[in-house]
Structure formats: structure tokens, C-alpha cells
Design a protein around this ligand. Structure first.
Ligand SMILES: Cc1cc2nc3c(=O)[nH]c(=O)nc-3n(C[C@H](O)[C@H](O)[C@H](O)COP(=O)(O)OP(=O)(O)OC[C@H]3O[C@@H](n4cnc5c(N)ncnc54)[C@H](O)[C@@H]3O)c2cc1C
Length: 501
């Protein structure tokens, strides 16, 4: 592949050439860099990251208590043992990623403060031309790469989603979205209202409880929670036996995945039983007269949305102590003092935290063109939720929602490395996926099955996302337990892969 560096004047039009360009230095991008150096040594690649450092999600979010909601044995990479407690803070996750970068000499491949604005594919050159703006100099930098590895996540990092409510402008207090948490925010003597009841609210509320005058979680409708000790007994036992960390990592991952598969199966086969178990566990953590029916009994099937884990039951401890409370109701409008609910109740607050979710951002707000034509991503069909018809030499890492994201980042990385090897062996520089004759009449559906999984940000942005077919190879199945076997077995000479010189 082309190894030259072209320098031209002025500096803004300097073009650097790479075999592979990775977008984003979050868990997926750093993982991609690791896999490339190990599985395709000698590949000339660069990672471009808009922010000032690595971490992605774990750098962007700085709200009180920020932590994972899945365990780090499976959210961690398969190649690097996780030694800490399963539910980890953002700092712990970043420290782990930092070790991956240092231990594998990846820093020299990563350029921070580079926001990519456009990516143009040329079939004549079999190259992507990528333009990025440098944060430090505002200079526009140009890169070319034969292969583009999109690890930009799925939401806009610059700003979270805040719905508009009538009267917001009249509210005299401060409104903060957890994604843009001000460093200097002092809430010690404040009455805080957190709007939302997802994983973010379930983290912020216990973290603020006891540290502010009072914190209220206001939810339109309840969410399922699981609670337990922030520890994995099997890992503790194996450590007591002085088993090597690499073994512990492997065994504990297998155990967690096994248990999750059983649980997921049960949510489909006996949803009512699972629902009662989940509600019973919550009830046990709350005072006997607590209104669990109103505040903690969701109206959807367990696991249709991500099931949030509450380590050590801290959310419920906050409620028990009286430092936190939950109100379930719909907002009519904001007032000067807080919010007025449709029920007529007014909730006064000095600070309102809108834990109301993300803005879906497909392809990192990058303007894509293929041979001079702007790409409308929603016109494409996805191959296994990772490649897209009409978009040559590009993959997107879109992880799992029910299982840890990184499980898929590792699987997709293996796939990319195998595909790159296959291309080298075939002597080709272009690959794209295309519907086969047998797919001609395949029904095209939205990216995700709403019946199966329906978080708000996905529903709000579904029309921006690629289509899926009704066959597993033309869908993101969200099913790790099958994909772990399917991905390594993908026949790269299947007619779905179209190669070009
Ligand atoms: C608060 C929170 C908690 C979560 N907890 C979990 C969990 O416990 N378990 C789980 O499985 N999942 C969790 N998720 C989902 C989570 O986003 C993913 O698991 C994972 O961190 C995504 O990693 P990523 O590297 O693919 O993307 P991100 O972490 O989103 O990183 C993408 C990076 O790409 C960069 N980028 C984007 N566009 C551009 C551009 N145009 N130019 C240059 N750089 C760009 C961004 O700046 C960012 O650094 C959580 C999400 C959030 C928001």
C-alpha cells in the first residue's frame, strides 16, 4: 500500500497517506489500533480523535459518579485482564485504556484534537480522502487512506439531548445536561431535580444524594434496575487461589456471558416471571410501604431497554435515607421555581439536571461522498451492522446494547484484520458489500427492531440509520452469542463481497 508522505504548500493542504485510518480513540478505536498492530503488523495507520485525549465516552462524561453499567470483564478487551471491581468509574476505565496504549506503544499512532469533517472515496484511486480540523491551530489537515475504520460511537459528544419544555426560559435556576457537566458546579446547598430514570439518572442521583440539600429523580415512566454487590464472587475465589489474572479474565468472562445468555433467554421465554423477580428485588431494597408499583414498575418487557445495574443498591440506599426521592409524572411546563407536572404538583429546584439522553450521531457528523456523490446513510443496507452497501472500504463499530459494547468491538476488529489480509492475498484494494441475487426481494427494515429494543435516542434517529434486511447477514442482530461464532466463519468470498483492483 502507498507509504509516501506528500508535502505541498501551503501547510493546510499537506496530505499524509495511510493504509488504514481509524476515527475516534474511544474503547473501539483504541481496540482497533491494538488489533491492527498485533494482527496486521506493518500496517501504516493513524487514529484521529476530536477530543484532547483518549477515552471517548469515558472522557466526555464527567457528571458525579460516572461509571459503567456493565461489568468490566466483558466491557474490557478480551486481550487485557480486568483486575478491578466489575462496575468501574470512568477514571478506572481510562486508566485501563491508558495501559493498553502504553503497553502497546499506540500513542505514536493517535492524533488528538483532530475533528474530521469530510471523507470522500475515489474509486479511481481506491482511497478515502479525509479532512480534519486541528483544535490547536485551526488548520485543515488532509489524509488519504485505503481503509476507513469508523469507531466514532453513536452519539454526538459535543452536546446531549434536552427536550424542549414550555417555560424553560422562565426558570430562574440552572439547567445542566450530564454530558456537559460544568467543572465548577457547586451543588452542596442546592435542591436538585434530575429529569430521567435511565442509567445516567441512576448514577447521578445516588452520587448527589447526601451531598446536596435533596435530590429528586423525576421520571415520566419507570425503568428496570438490577442491584447487587459490586463484586464477582467467582473472580474473588479464583484470586484467592492465586490463579493467573489472564485465566481469571477468561473464565469470568465466560461465566458472565453464560449467565447473561440464560437471563436474556428467560426475558423472552418467561418475561412475567423475570419481571416479578426484578420487582421483588427492588422491593426488598425499599421501605415496606414504598410505592414500587408507581415508581419502579415499568410498562415494557424486561430488557427491551438496557437494564441498568445499581452497584451495592446505592440508588435505593439514597431513597431509604431520605436524601433522594422519586416522582413519577409528566412535565406540563417549567416555572420560575422548577417544573409543574400534569398532575398539578409543582417541584421546586435550584438546579435541574436533564438526564434525558443523547443525540444520535451517525458517522460522526462527517460529510461522506463516494465518487462525488454525497452519501445518504439511510439509503444503504447494512452487512452485519458493520459494512454498508455502496460504501467501499469502510466499517463501523456499533457494539451491543444488551451485552458489553467491547465484545463486538473485538469481533469486528478480527473481521477487519481478516478482511485486510484477504484483500492483500487477493491483490485487491477495494471491497464493498452488495445485495446478492437471492437478496433481491429481501424485505428492508429499520436498523433496529423496535419491538426488541427501543431506547429514545434510537427511535428519534431511526430514519438516519441504514436499513437492515430480514437475514442475519444483513442485520445488526444485537446477538453476541450467535455472532461470536458467525463472525469468524464469515466467508469473505461470498457473493456479498465485491472486490475491485
Ligand atoms: C454514560 C455512558 C455509559 C455507558 N456505559 C456503558 C457500559 O457500561 N457498557 C457498555 O457496553 N456500553 C456503555 N455505554 C455505551 C458506550 O458508549 C459504548 O459502550 C462505548 O464506550 C462506545 O465506545 P466507542 O469507542 O465505540 O465510541 P465513543 O466512546 O463514543 O468514542 C468515540 C470517539 O470518536 C470521536 N469522534 C466522533 N466523531 C469524530 C470526528 N468526526 N472526528 C474525530 N473524532 C470523532 C469522539 O470524540 C469519541 O472520542 C455507555 C454510554 C454512555 C454515554
Amino acid at each position: 500500500m502507498n507509504d509516501s508522505v506528500t508535502l505541498s504548500r501551503p501547510a493546510a493542504t499537506r496530505t499524509e497517506n495511510f493504509d488504514v485510518l481509524i476515527v475516534g480513540a474511544g474503547i473501539s478505536g483504541v481496540g482497533g489500533a491494538y488489533h491492527l498492530t498485533h494482527q496486521r503488523p506493518g500496517t501504516k495507520f493513524v487514529v484521529l480523535e476530536a477530543q484532547e485525549t483518549f477515552g471517548g465516552t469515558w472522557w466526555t462524561h464527567k457528571y458525579p459518579g460516572i461509571r459503567s453499567d456493565s461489568d468490566l470483564h466483558t466491557f474490557g478487551y478480551r486481550f487485557k485482564p480486568w483486575r478491578g471491581v466489575p462496575i468501574a468509574t470512568a477514571d478506572e476505565i481510562r486508566a485501563y485504556m491508558g495501559e493498553v496504549i502504553a503497553e502497546n506503544d499506540l500513542a505514536r499512532h493517535i492524533r488528538y484534537g483532530h475533528t474530521i469533517s469530510s471523507a470522500k472515496w475515489s474509486s479511481r484511486d481506491n482511497l478515502w480522502t479525509i479532512e480534519a480540523t486541528r483544535a490547536d491551530t485551526s488548520e485543515t489537515c488532509r489524509f488519504t487512506a485505503n481503509f476507513l475504520w469508523m469507531c466514532q460511537g453513536y452519539y454526538r459528544h459535543s452536546e446531549g439531548y434536552t427536550p424542549h419544555w414550555d417555560g424553560m426560559e422562565t426558570y430562574k435556576g440552572r439547567i445542566v445536561h450530564p454530558q456537559n457537566w460544568p467543572e465548577d458546579l457547586d451543588y452542596s446547598d442546592k435542591k436538585v431535580l434530575v429529569i430521567g430514570s435511565g442509567a445516567t439518572a441512576a448514577t447521578v442521583v445516588p452520587a448527589m444524594a447526601g451531598k446536596c440539600e435533596h435530590v429528586t429523580m423525576l421520571q415520566r415512566s419507570p425503568t428496570y434496575f438490577r442491584s447487587g454487590r459490586n463484586a464477582i464472587e467467582l473472580a474473588e475465589q479464583l484470586r484467592e487461589l492465586h490463579i493467573e489474572e489472564a485465566w481469571i479474565h477468561e473464565i469470568v468472562r465466560k461465566k458472565i456471558l453464560h449467565d447473561q445468555a440464560l437471563f436474556a433467554k428467560r426475558t423472552f421465554e418467561e418475561p412475567e416471571q423475570v419481571r416479578q423477580e426484578l420487582l421483588g428485588a427492588v422491593r426488598a431494597l425499599l421501605p415496606p410501604d414504598y410505592d414500587v408499583d408507581t415508581h419502579f414498575t415499568p410498562n415494557y418487557r424486561p430488557w427491551r431497554q438496557r437494564l441498568a445495574f445499581v452497584p451495592d443498591g446505592d440508588l435505593f440506599a439514597g431513597i431509604r435515607s431520605g436524601a433522594a426521592s422519586v416522582v413519577t409524572g409528566e412535565i406540563e411546563r417549567f416555572t420560575e421555581k422548577g417544573v409543574l407536572l400534569k398532575s398539578g404538583e409543582e417541584l421546586a429546584a435550584d438546579l435541574i439536571v436533564t438526564a434525558t439522553g443523547f443525540n444520535l450521531c451517525v458517522l460522526g457528523d462527517i460529510a461522506f461522498e463516494v465518487d462525488g456523490r454525497p452519501v445518504k446513510f439511510s439509503d444503504t443496507v447494512t452487512y452485519r451492522g458493520t459494512m454498508f452497501t455502496g460504501m467501499p472500504n469502510m466499517v463501523w463499530v456499533f457494539g451491543y446494547f444488551r451485552a458489553s459494547w467491547t465484545l463486538r468491538a473485538d469481533l469486528v476488529a478480527d473481521f477487519v484484520c481478516r478482511l485486510l489480509k484477504h484483500m492483500t492475498e487477493k491483490g485487491v484494494r477495494k471491497v464493498e458489500v452488495a445485495l446478492r441475487p437471492e437478496d433481491k426481494d429481501m424485505k428492508l427494515l429499520p436498523w433496529i427492531d423496535e419491538e426488541n429494543f427501543n431506547p429514545g435516542y434510537m427511535l428519534r434517529g431511526m430514519d438516519l440509520l441504514p436499513k437492515r434486511g430480514d437475514k442475519p447477514e444483513w442485520a445488526h442482530t444485537q446477538d453476541y452469542w450467535n455472532e461470536k461464532d458467525w463472525f469468524p466463519a464469515i466467508d469473505l468470498d461470498d457473493a456479498a463481497f465485491v472486490y475491485g483492483k
